[in-house]
Write a protein that binds this ligand. Structure first.
Ligand code: MRU
Length: 351
């Protein structure tokens, strides 16, 4: 089982992204040669998924730094500040973006006495390190989570928490991939994930490439399948997890968690530690991105609602920790024992 595509790669000082807005119809790669192109790609979801936008943001900083190396030192550092601000303003919810930008800022601070060229080179090294760390974290969390799945299970997922949302392997899909590699026969049910159809377009695409059996349903079918006993586990990714275990993920995740709870089906969240925001005690203050009305009023460019209709389009929702059976991370599985779960106390904060 190996991915035959690269969600993002760094080549000759360019960030090459698989343009996810074109999938599954076309496999088109987008070459970003400056940080504005990276910011735009994140905004319009050409690259998406919490870990992937973090890594893309880091390479955006590298591109910004190389663009500024000819400047005087003072102007170089001021220009770099503007690059960070632009990239941080792209999408508000996934904490991985801010986590990656913070790692890059630390490199700038540590090299403050260096020449612009030296700072840019150090930033490139750090972005490549983040890239490798993401691959390794996902591989490890996949291996830990696989133990939760048994032969013959049907697992439901939403959005795309796969290789397309990370550098490789994915998070929720890394768990499924690892279990399949262990020889477990699994079926996946993918919710289509309106409005932007990440489940229908992306999750099905990458699972079919791997030969993992996947059935596509519309979002409103999940309850019926659970009622029929056709789902044995739900696994999702996350965009941000607060210190008490509250999870913000793609809109529709909360509905699935409540449904799973009502049917006694385990609900798991798979995410690397870069998705945990231990500065927030709970999920209430996690910013939820609202996106353009056209995403709801049209389907792949085709208008489906009356012009001028009022629309509400939150891209994410909040699943309270009590609905989560376990959080799957690269350091192991944290089981929900009930009561307050402070992840920091579990020794899971970054080393
Ligand atoms: O709007 P998107 O497509 O970026 O949303 C992605 C999700 O909600 C994913 O589930 C989440 O980022 C985890 S990806 C490993």
């Amino acid at each position: 089982m190996g991915e035959t595509f690269a969600t993002l790669r760094w080549e000759e000082r360019s960030l090459i992204l698989l343009d996810q807005t074109q999938l599954p119809e076309q496999e088109v790669y987008l070459t970003c040669q400056d940080y504005r192109a990276v910011a735009e790609a994140i905004r319009r979801l050409a690259v998406r998924g919490a870990p992937a936008i973090g890594i893309a943001g880091a390479f955006g900083v590298v591109l910004g730094a190389y663009e500024l190396v000819q400047k005087r030192e003072e102007d170089f550092f001021a220009g770099l500040e503007a690059v960070f601000t632009e990239l941080a303003g792209t999408r508000p919810t996934a904490v991985n973006l801010f986590w990656a930008l913070d790692r890059m800022k630390k490199v700038v601070a540590a090299n403050r006495d260096g020449s612009p060229e030296a700072v840019a080179a150090a930033l490139e090294t750090e972005a490549l390190r983040l890239y490798q760390e993401d691959i390794e974290a996902n591989r490890r969390l996949g291996a830990h989570g696989a133990a939760l799945l048994t032969d013959g299970m049907t697992v439901l997922t939403i959005c795309n928490a796969g290789a397309l949302a990370t550098v490789a392997h994915g998070t929720a899909l890394a768990v499924i991939r690892a279990a399949v590699q262990e020889g477990k026969r699994l079926q996946v049910v993918a919710c289509e994930t309106r409005p932007l159809l990440q489940g229908a377009r992306l999750t099905t695409w990458e699972l079919m490439k791997d030969g993992i059996p996947v059935t596509l349903i519309t979002d409103n079918m999940a309850g019926y399948l659970m009622q029929q006993g056709r789902i044995q586990a739900v696994i999702t990714g996350a965009d941000r997890i607060a210190a008490n275990g509250d999870v913000v993920n793609k809109i529709g995740t909360y509905t699935l968690a409540v449904l799973a709870h009502a049917h006694g089906i385990p609900f798991y969240v798979a995410a690397p530690l870069s998705t945990f925001d231990l500065t927030l005690p709970d999920g209430q203050r996690i910013p939820i991105e609202e996106r353009a009305a056209e995403e709801v009023t049209s389907l792949r460019g085709h208008q489906i609602a009356p012009a001028g209709v009022t629309v509400y389009n939150p891209a994410f929702d909040l699943t309270p920790a009590r609905f989560v059976r376990a959080w799957i991370t690269e350091k192991g599985v944290i089981r929900n024992q009930g009561g307050k779960i402070i992840l920091g106390d579990e020794g899971l904060q970054e080393e």
